[in-house]
Design a protein around this ligand. Structure first.
Ligand SMILES: [Fe+2]
Ligand SMILES: [Fe+2]
Length: 399
């Protein structure tokens, strides 16, 4: 085995302004910005709404923190305006909220965040889902619901302005008073939308969000502990590929063990494989190219991990997971030894996962076919031969 070996990362929580977990959530939200053409509001904007509404309505920091972290994790790109299509989106929200709640189950300190996610579509008058009403709706859920309505109204305002219908987001949110939202939260959100100061903040949500998060009780979980959750949140916004990160992680660990890497090296491969597609995001339909990969996701993923002190060592591996030995890969067209060894292991794990699972509508391939295809890739000079041999051994084990 040759090539660049990376230092084992120090996987301790950060001691900066934010705890490690929050730093990761923020890095994810920031990576969504700027996103020209994105028709929906970003996680960062939603989270900033949570914070601004909480201050205005006098809601405590604990409920604010729960709602804010749910906003940072909620796969919002699945959600359309609650004002534009009133019948469907609440159910979508609710499904997303329930999925988020089960994804959060292993993290006891995020129990309040799970509750906020699962109750954000309850309505003050009892007409929402779940059918809670008034003060029986958890405060963090009410707050997240108000933020969803506010960001949805803002998006709707933008779209109707084009059609010169003259409605304002503030009026839209005010109309939810005593129906979807409590009178206090509807007023707070409507006032916020009507004023110039908050609008300026919402124009650059990522910068403002750091300040909003800084005063919260920090998460004790480190970035490493929350990485699986962050990957889940990324994969949840895509229609295909759910579970790809976790499967690649376990494959990469097996390959690394089979290649004789140390336990630390195995863990590094495992974490990098878990995180390898964290930079992928669902593009709005009009921006999607009909075929071809998202060429920017390795760089975007590396940028997210680079911002997380505990995960920084994964960045060069993630950046290089689509590089190929013969220089035909991307983003940099690196060759041979210039590609970190761990990235070559992750590359084989990812290809193996694609072969073993549904690919382009086919069921997983037979292990004999996998062996033939893997050997062909090695012979073509694209993938590391030692990692390929390990992949073939792993494919036999899995057959
Ligand atoms: Fe992948
Ligand atoms: Fe990828």
């Amino acid at each position: 085995m040759g090539g660049t070996m990376l230092d084992w990362p120090h996987l301790a929580p950060t001691e900066l302004i934010l705890s490690g977990g929050d730093a990761l959530l923020l890095a994810l939200a920031e990576a969504e910005l700027p996103h020209p053409g994105r028709p929906h509001s970003s996680r960062a904007e939603l989270a900033l709404f949570v914070s601004l509404i909480a201050r205005r309505a006098g809601i405590g920091r604990a409920a604010e923190g729960d709602a804010l972290r749910a906003a940072l994790l909620l796969p919002l790109s699945k959600v359309t305006s609650t004002f534009e299509r009133p019948a469907d989106p609440p159910r979508t929200h609710f499904r997303v909220g329930l999925a988020l709640r089960s994804a959060l189950a292993p993290y006891p300190e995020l129990a309040g965040t799970a509750t906020a996610a699962a109750s954000c579509l309850a309505h003050w008058d009892g007409s929402g889902t779940p059918p809670l009403s008034a003060s029986s709706i958890p405060v963090a859920g009410q707050l997240l619901g108000a933020a969803l309505h506010a960001s949805s109204a803002r998006f709707f305002e933008r779209s109707i302005a084009d059609r010169e219908r003259g409605l304002l987001a503030a009026d839209l949110v005010a109309s939810t008073r005593g129906r979807e939202l409590s009178p206090e939260l509807a007023r707070a959100a409507a006032d916020l939308l009507a004023e110039e100061g908050p609008r300026a903040k919402l124009a650059r949500p990522a910068a403002e969000l750091r300040a909003a998060c800084a005063g919260l009780a920090p998460l004790r979980s480190s970035e490493t502990e929350l990485l699986g959750l962050a990957v889940w949140a990324t994969e949840a916004t895509r229609s295909l590929g759910h579970g790809h990160g976790r499967r690649c992680a376990s494959l990469a660990r097996r390959l690394a063990a089979s290649l004789g890497l140390s336990p630390d090296g195995q863990r590094l491969c495992e974490l990098a494989a878990l995180a390898h597609d964290i930079g992928e995001r669902e593009e709005p339909a009009e921006l999607q190219s009909p075929r071809g990969p998202d060429l920017e996701h390795p760089e975007r993923g590396a940028a997210i991990l680079q911002k997380s002190r505990g995960l920084r060592a994964l960045a060069p591996i993630v950046r290089a997971h689509h590089e190929r030995l013969d220089g035909s890969g991307y983003p940099a067209g690196l060759r041979g030894e210039a590609i970190p060894f761990e990235a070559r292991v992750v590359a084989v794990a990812e290809i193996l996962d694609g072969m073993r699972n549904e690919r382009e509508g086919r069921d997983g391939l037979e292990s004999s076919v996998i062996e033939r295809e893997l050997r062909a890739l090695a012979a073509a000079g694209q993938l590391d031969p030692s990692a390929i041999e390990a992949g073939i051994r792993a494919a036999e084990v899995f057959a």
